[in-house]
Design a protein around this ligand. Sequence first.
Ligand SMILES: NC(=O)c1ccc[n+]([C@@H]2O[C@H](COP(=O)([O-])OP(=O)(O)OC[C@H]3O[C@@H](n4cnc5c(N)ncnc54)[C@H](O)[C@@H]3O)[C@@H](O)[C@H]2O)c1
Length: 313
Amino acid sequence: MARIFVTGGSGFIGAAIVESLARRGDEVAAFDIAEGPALKRLREQYRNVWFFPGELTEWPQLAEAMKAFQPDAVIHCAAVVGIVNSLASPLYTMRVNVEGSLNVLSAMRLFDVPRMINLSSEEVYGSFQSDVIDERHPCFPVQPYGISKFAVEQLARDFARANGKTVIHIRTCWVYGPGLPRPRIPKTFLDAAIEGRRLHVAGGADYRVDQIYIDDLVQGIVKALDHPKHEHDTYHITTGVALSLGEMVEIIRELVLGADIAISEGEYEVAPGIVAVRKGALDCSRAYKALGYTPRFSMRDGFAAYIAARRPS
Ligand SMILES: NC(=O)c1ccc[n+]([C@@H]2O[C@H](COP(=O)([O-])OP(=O)(O)OC[C@H]3O[C@@H](n4cnc5c(N)ncnc54)[C@H](O)[C@@H]3O)[C@@H](O)[C@H]2O)c1
């Protein structure tokens, strides 16, 4: 049994991590601005889950929480998430993602916390140079979100070296599953299909991106958390496969008969006027060899699980 401090523990990925750790008997603290319904349910279900309300950029709030809980490790999920949010407020993105992460690292130094698992992103790479890339691919992030995530990685590497800490960066790609808060692919298509709404999107049918079901991401993160000694500080935790958005829509149509959803050819825009950079698959061999991580959900399995969760039998 360990004591784990999860920043952003009320969010989509954070709450799923809290649940997985609580289920196996760890003592888990969720630090977040607000307690959402998922975390509230977990606190009702498990006696080993605590909520510490606080803002990452407010040092006293974070330090008080870390001091009170005395964790063995931190899983750092709290962030301003996504390209669109970051373009809307780049300065706030930098404050929360970079200054907030520096606060977490400083609190680890002050309260002797030896280990952190940091949620990073494929956005650190910018445009992929090939269809499948590994962790050695050059990092040229192009928007505030990816730039902030890469800055955090580099600052944390420097901090880890200087302070003898272990900081592991999990680079994942598009994560989906029940509870995803943002109206983003594949959720938009899945929800439209389940609810019988028409959704035809212009552009992006050929766009390829690695998409991972939440349970697989959580098992990868927990494996990294538990691994006694790391040879690497960065791992891809995804599926290693990048289907096109057109193929994705086809799978949903097969799972939800009669779904009136479609995507046409052309450039994929993350928001009106913002063309997505080239992506592809993230090679997970390093995580497979070092951590024993293997994804269990194909896209079809993940979508079936999402649909089942939305429509309990
Ligand atoms: N969802 C994805 O597809 C995806 C992909 C790659 C990486 N990530 C990374 O995973 C992590 C979690 O993402 P998510 O999808 O769960 O996002 P989310 O928005 O659901 O969760 C983020 C949580 O952080 C909290 N938070 C934000 N700012 C805060 C602050 N200043 N102080 C305290 N708490 C704050 C929010 O309240 C929220 O509960 C992020 O670091 C994100 O960059 C997510």
